[in-house]
Design a binder for this molecule. Structure first.
Ligand code: RB5
Length: 148
């Protein structure tokens, strides 16, 4: 199950991502927003992010104007590993090496086709584990105040 969320700038791109998910036979849960009325990305981004950490959803794709605000907001939800991407390489490696569980993109930054390509590569990539797991464990420890 893929969690989706956006602010008012990301509505159209979110709908395009739904088309991609359909093609990939993946289900989604849409955490809003649903209108073009100006809204606050932290509200919707955090709801979707929480659904990933709780296990209700497997990953989240979040969209705002730049991908940055909604990404920062999602990263404040403990347990998220957020990547804000505008290229395919970073998106894929963020899953393979960093086990990212939240992808954010900027609707004002990337075109529809590139955004769908980024999302597809990210969704199809798998975490490689091994030495990367140790690093992710360190990141988790940082959330609990560890000093490395
Ligand atoms: C909204 O105008 C815009 O600030 C927001 O979508 C996002 O880009 C913030 O990071």
């Amino acid at each position: 199950m893929i969690a989706l969320a956006c602010d008012h700038t990301g509505l159209e791109l979110k709908e395009e991502i739904k088309q991609l998910l359909k093609e990939l036979h993946l289900e989604w849960k849409d955490f809003g927003t649903d209108t073009h009325e100006s809204c606050d990305y932290a509200v919707y981004g955090s709801r979707a992010a929480r659904s990933v950490v709780s296990g209700e959803c497997d990953r989240a794709i979040l969209i705002c104007g730049t991908g940055v605000g909604i990404g920062i907001a999602a990263s404040k939800v403990k347990g998220t590993r957020v990547c804000t991407c505008s290229d395919v390489y970073t998106a894929e490696l963020s899953k393979r090496h960093n086990n990212s569980n939240v992808l954010t993109m900027g609707a004002r930054v990337v075109g529809v086709d590139l955004a769908k390509m980024i999302a597809r590569h990210w969704l199809e990539a798998e975490f490689e584990g091994g030495r990367h797991q140790r690093r992710i464990d360190q990141i988790a420890a940082l959330e609990d105040g560890a000093i490395l």
